[in-house]
Design a protein around this ligand. Sequence first.
Ligand SMILES: [Zn+2]
Length: 473
Amino acid sequence: MRDSNGPAARALMVAALALLGAAACSVPEPRGIAFENVTVVDAAHGARPDQRVLVVDDRIVSVAPMASAAGADEAPPAQVVDGRGRFLVPGLWDMHVHFLYDEALTEHMAGLFLEYGITSVRDTGGDMARLAALRARLQDGAEPAPRIFVSGPLLDGRFVVYDGADPGRPPLGTDVATPASAAARVAALDEAGADFIKIYELVMPNVFQALADEARARNLPIAAHVPLMMTADEAGPRVDSMEHLRNVELACAGSWAELLAARQQRITAFEEGRGYDLRRSLHADQRVPAIEAYDESRCATVLAALGDTVQVPTLRLNTLASTRPFDRDDWDEALAGLPEPVAGRWREEAAAIRDGETDPTFADWSLFLVGLMHEHGVPIGAGTDTPIGLAVPGYSLHTELELLVRSGLTPREALHAATVMPASFFAMEDELGTVSEGKLADLVLLEADPLEDIANTRRIAGVMAAGRWLPRD
Ligand SMILES: [Zn+2]
């Protein structure tokens, strides 16, 4: 045996110390944020308990079981968030919002979205230049902000529903009167930075087709209301998403052909007046009769045509008078986040709805139809139309998720509607929608399991937007 105090041993020790010194010099700087001992929940993988999720800059760099995480040569995180007993889900989307609907709310919406865990939104109609400027400001990185995808104006017909003629209805729309003008309008929107286009209810079928063709040629996704001159099964397959379930009731009626003919005749004969009134009178006259004429096999044919068209049912809006979000326990707290003039106005509107007569036909139909669509494999996306119909930005998306579950989706499927589905609408499924290595770090940390009860998406411990951690205090 060697003498441990001999020269050889001393030389070894010197070498070892030198190595240690070198190692100390290369100890990596702490960086990123680690969520530890957390249950990761997303629509693609279900629940993965006891995970460590490491975020560096704006990316998720690893998702791994605690036991196998933290490799020896990995930089230690600069911050550790305790995920014990908590659930980490992808940042949520609201697929249907209008930043420019209420000027008193425009500047407050982004902050409210983030507070409620909404890290991406689709603005489905408003002035393009203003929305582009808003998007540029939100995305400049100065403040944490949700991602915002904009369509520019509602592309309407010769008559425009949201023409701005009435102070209660802002100028969200624009007229596209002829097929010849359609391509130029889409081109201009594309050049101005539109992320998708939104086609509205009073366009003529030939204009609808011209708009869709140009958007396709430019690789712009298309959101649409079913034009009143067309049926859902005719228009739906030519677009990527349909909003509000509107006009599906007509397509699903046994008497659809007669209802459509009457509708087309009234629209064609309309020469004077407001687009809004034309649309309202058609819905007022035809919606309930169409629902009463529901034909199961006809509707199955319609839904079979919609297998590739995301439906954004806005159940919260469609059922407002019967599900009454303003009667919820947390409504006053949600209103407290709005500027007082808006909150005051909304309290009055809620009181008027409470006191008014309610016909539940369309609300019940909407809940029934989403369940039926889901059974038929029609893809469903989560959106609210906020701030229309007393929809508090951010808060209202959680109500929408609950209503999707009430209509027949599982909590996991409802989560899919607010994460994977919207990401894939924009062909961004490699970047967003699940908690996965390499994806953008948009995350929400919850105090309770959303797969057990979807209402647990409201129990937010903190939100991460593009890698920036915003704990709720
Ligand atoms: Zn809308």
